[in-house]
Design a protein around this ligand. Structure first.
Ligand code: GLA
Length: 370
């Protein structure tokens, strides 16, 4: 694999040394600061001796499953669980001494319709859905007790204005569904860290909504360990002061703060920066797919500067920030190639399509010593 030397921000210098061991390591560079994580698809842990696995082991101290623990794949039908992929993911992380995150227990996406319905297809009652939620949480959190160290308990429950999203969870159970999910997760593993996770938490009204939500849960005596700021960002959004205000506000609640899904969308056309609502679509236009082969050098530098800026902020708030997780390893497999416009070529991560580190990788390494 090609290597990139530190201090590459102005002039990237690629060295062909062909050895992963000689590569600067993100996890080693940041070991006294915070965990460095990545969301993995199964190709990264299918074969422990593959270059993909080696790269994860060398570079990352924490892993999150991109999809295999979501309700749809792991609990596709009533009474039917499919644990194989999740078990393999967890074994890989535990064996290699990584902090393994569970993602995600309660979400309105990637959750089958039957979850909210009775056998006749009519909406479940509050008690019926609470029982189903409890059973799902106890089954997953119980199975992985002591090995999954932290769970994204509830994902994306808030609207942009800070109110609760009108999801089937809220419609059927009511506003306390978030609190109930945390309660059940805590029952199932009292030692696990429990997180609320969402996008665009840098927006003031949504930040305030998250603060109010967590305060209410804690006031009811139910533990919340941290808030995950997803951080699907662009070169210009969010402004540093908004990001910092959210980190500070959440930290002041006595919570750990994690950056849980970091990537930087380099393509034009996005009308709503950072909005990771996966049902959102925008119309295709060749003008919105300007780098179908590779990212030009000046854009690589723009990406590197953005990563340097973001890590500068995370470092300033270390202590509060306990983990920074990237949403994927290489550009070719990022969800941003298909969102919000399918079939584009995006370049949001630290490794390119050939798994080579990009200038942004060097910028993240360099940021630690600034
Ligand atoms: C959200 C979810 C993730 C993932 C991303 C996009 O942010 O939390 O699990 O689905 O969208 O892939």
């Amino acid at each position: 694999m090609r290597s990139i030397r530190p201090k590459t921000l102005a002039l990237p210098l690629f060295l062909c040394i062909g050895s992963l061991a000689a590569e600067p390591s993100l996890k080693d560079t940041y070991k006294d600061k915070f965990l460095i994580g990545a969301a993995l698809n199964p190709s990264y842990y299918a074969n422990e001796t593959s270059p993909r696995s080696q790269l994860v082991k060398t570079q990352f101290s924490s892993i999150t499953p991109e999809n295999v623990m979501k309700w749809e794949p792991i609990h596709p039908k009533p009474g039917q669980y499919r644990f194989e992929a999740a078990d393999r993911f967890l074994d890989f992380g535990v064996k290699n001494g990584m902090f393994v995150v569970g993602h995600t227990l309660v979400w309105h996406q990637q959750t089958p319709k039957w979850v909210f319905e009775d056998e006749k297809g009519a909406p479940l009652t509050r008690d019926g859905l609470l029982e189903r939620m409890r059973e799902h949480i106890h089954t997953l959190v119980g199975r992985y007790k002591g090995r999954i160290k932290g769970w994204d308990v509830v994902n994306e429950a808030l609207n942009e204005n800070g109110t609760l999203r009108d999801s089937p969870w809220k419609k059927i159970i009511g506003d306390d569904f978030v609190q109930k999910a945390f309660e059940y997760a805590h029952e199932a593993d009292p030692t696990a860290e429990l997180y609320y996770n969402d996008y665009r938490l840098e927006v003031p009204a949504k930040r305030d909504g998250a603060v109010a939500l967590v305060k209410k849960i804690k006031a009811a005596g139910v533990p919340v360990t941290g808030i995950g700021i997803q951080e699907h960002v662009t070169p210009v959004w969010p402004a540093s002061n908004d990001l910092e205000a959210s980190i500070t506000a959440f930290g002041q609640l006595g919570l750990k703060v994690m950056i849980t899904e970091l990537d930087v969308d380099m393509l034009p056309g996005s009308k709503k920066f950072g909005d990771a609502d996966i049902s959102r679509r925008e119309a295709a236009d060749p003008a919105f797919n300007p780098y179908p082969k590779e990212l030009p050098p000046e854009e690589q530098q723009k990406l590197a500067r953005r990563y340097a800026e973001l890590f500068g902020i995370y470092l300033k708030h270390r202590g509060t920030i306990t983990r920074v997780t990237l949403w994927g390893i290489n550009d070719g497999e990022s969800w941003l190639n298909n969102f919000p416009i399918p079939g584009r070529v995006n370049h949001p991560l630290l490794f390119d399509r050939a798994l080579h580190p990009k200038p942004a990788f060097g910028a993240v390494i360099d940021a630690a010593s600034r």
